[in-house]
Design a protein around this ligand. Sequence first.
Ligand code: FES
Ligand code: FES
Length: 238
Amino acid sequence: MSHDRSHDAPAAADAPTSTPPADTSRRRFLQSAAAAAALGATPHLHAQPNAPASDAANDTASAPPVVPAQPVQLNINGREYALHIEPRVTLLDALRDYAGLTGTKKGCDRGQCGACTVLVEGRRINACLTLAVMHEGQRITTVEGLASATQPSPIQRAFVERDALQCGFCTPGQLCSATACLSEFAAGTASAATADVRTRPAQLSDAEIRERMSGNLCRCGAYVNIVAAVRDAHSAGA
Ligand code: FES
Ligand code: FES
């Protein structure tokens, strides 16, 4: 079917050079829309170019309060660290940025990957989900504290022998988690994979290991060898 341009744009029929090409019109429309969006996104700047000084004071009042740093004493890997940090600093940031212990890794920083797993009083926790000030007077163990002065820990040795890592980013958290996993099993703690939680699990099966280590993700997918390493360390009596 033919298209009758005279109905669409009668004025343009007499002055074709005054009608912008379709792509130019579209570009102008997009530019106008972008400008309108920018205005909508910054209403305060455009609506009040000469805002009084009191508004600036209000903006300052609504800003997050400055929290002064305070002394915090942490016992990490058997050594005392006297830190001077804000109360809102996470244990993960305190370890890495203030104590200089960068073995503990920051993956998601929101409790989802387990890369930041450390031990506090022997229990594994996500260091990104807790504040450093909450752990004064407690024993904190990071991956740097698992080995003795002369030897790797049994679980570290098993990881090496089983080649249970690829890029290694998740490994510090896996090692801390596996260490606590074996202690928890030895203490008779049940897991979601335990058939009858009223009785001590009979053996540390692969299903038990997978469930107990499920909070530690490995983007390289080294899970088969990680499970084997935990199984070996358990069999060796770690
Ligand atoms: S960095 Fe803490 S759980 Fe991912
Ligand atoms: S070894 Fe690369 S993320 Fe686990």
